[in-house]
Design a protein around this ligand. Structure first.
Ligand SMILES: [Fe+2]
Ligand SMILES: [Fe+2]
Length: 240
């Protein structure tokens, strides 16, 4: 488990993939001997929240929800939005670039087309999911928190809650990452010979990294954001 006093360099060395998370908080490489707490202080980051996200990323079984109160919905949503952007602007385009290189390198590109199509369909589904959360879910969670903190008239938010609450979100929230596993399997079994095998290895690595990242992202939505908002929803309803 990562703690305040650990050197951030040690965190990265023990799980190289945490760099994706660290990058989303705006922390650049070159942190020398600095501890997690020191780096957070330098960048103005909430250390509790930073550690929570890192630990959740590193260990899928780590989810001490008692820390939920130590950070705001605003902080969680800001991180989740940044993660969405990184999938849209970096993760998916990078895989597409590698796929195009693979197509150029293949003697019979027609044989790869079904896998490319499967990936493109997945991309559409993923982007629809991200846009739905950005457009509908996140603004709703922020509105619940604002009403809860300011103690203003809750009738508007209760009306919205009765149409679609965070419990509905939990029921509906699909595991968008499991299809990546299917693409991975399809790829391993059926990709035709290409002269540069390293491109295929890179694509497979990127698939599994993205799968892990999206899985972690979904857990933060379901185990951190949703329970926190549901507590506030209940209290707002009781105060009516
Ligand atoms: Fe999301
Ligand atoms: Fe999601």
């Amino acid at each position: 488990m990562f703690t305040h006093n650990m050197k951030l360099a040690e965190v990265v060395q023990s799980d190289f993939n945490t760099l994706n998370v660290i990058n989303r908080f705006g922390v650049k490489l070159g942190f020398g001997e600095k501890s997690v707490a020191r780096v957070c202080a330098d960048y103005g980051i909430n250390t509790e929240f930073f550690l929570e996200i890192l630990n959740a990323y590193h260990d899928p079984n780590y989810f001490p929800q008692k820390h939920l109160q130590s950070f705001s919905v605003g902080e969680i949503v800001e991180y989740l939005r940044k993660t969405h952007r990184s999938y849209i602007d970096e993760g998916i385009p990078f895989i597409e670039e590698l796929m195009n290189r693979m197509l150029e390198d293949c003697e019979n590109p027609g044989e790869i087309k079904p896998i490319v199509k499967f990936f493109n369909d997945y991309k559409t589904e993923l982007f629809n999911h991200l846009h739905w959360e950005d457009r509908d879910i996140f603004p709703y969670t922020l509105a619940v928190e604002e009403t809860y903190i300011n103690g203003t008239d809750a009738s508007e938010i209760i009306e919205a809650m009765q149409k679609y609450s965070m419990t509905d979100f939990l029921d509906e929230h699909d595991d968008i990452e499991s299809k990546l596993y299917d693409i991975n399997t399809l790829f391993i079994k059926y990709v035709p010979p290409v002269s540069n095998q390293m491109i295929c290895v890179r694509i497979l690595k990127e698939f599994s990294l993205l799968q892990k990242d999206i899985n972690n992202h979904a857990r933060i939505e379901e185990k951190v954001l949703a329970p926190k908002v549901i507590i506030m929803e209940k209290e707002l309803l009781q105060k009516q």
